[in-house]
Design a protein around this ligand. Structure first.
Ligand SMILES: [Zn+2]
Length: 113
C-alpha cells in the first residue's frame, strides 16, 4: 500500500482486529477476497492481482502416451513388443511413468493398421 495514509492504516488495523485472526478465516475456507472484504470493510474491494500460487500441472495422460507410441510407427512398435514385450514411457515434463504391457502395445499396433 504505497499511498496509504496513517488514517487508512489505523482503520485497517481496526479492521483486522474486528475481523479476527486471518488464520481462523483461512480455516473457514474463506477466499482471499472475502478476507480482504472483512478486513477492510469495503464490499467493493477487488483483488487486482491473482494471489493464487501458480501450480504447474502437467496435462499428460496415458492416452497421450499411447499417441506417442502410435506415432513412432508400426515397425518400431513391433520391435518393442518383440524385444521387450512392454514399454515404459516417462513424461519429460512431470516424470510420471506410464507402463504399457504387451497386450496394450498389441492393441496400439492394431490402431496403426
Ligand atoms: Zn507429464
Amino acid at each position: 500500500m504505497p499511498d496509504a495514509t496513517d488514517e487508512d492504516i489505523t482503520n485497517l488495523e481496526k479492521g483486522i482486529f474486528e475481523a479476527g485472526a486471518i488464520s481462523k478465516m483461512l480455516d473457514e475456507n474463506l477466499s482471499l477476497l472475502d478476507i480482504a472484504k472483512k478486513i477492510t470493510g469495503d464490499k467493493n474491494i477487488k483483488i487486482i492481482e491473482d494471489c493464487k500460487i501458480p501450480t504447474y500441472k502437467c496435462d499428460c495422460s496415458k492416452e497421450k502416451m499411447e499417441n506417442a507410441l502410435v506415432s513412432i510407427g508400426k515397425k518400431e512398435l513391433e520391435n518393442i513388443i518383440q524385444e521387450d514385450g512392454k514399454a515404459e514411457l516417462i513424461c519429460h515434463f512431470c516424470n510420471k511413468k506410464y507402463n504399457f504391457n504387451k497386450e496394450e502395445l498389441e492393441n496400439l499396433l492394431k490402431k496403426i493398421k
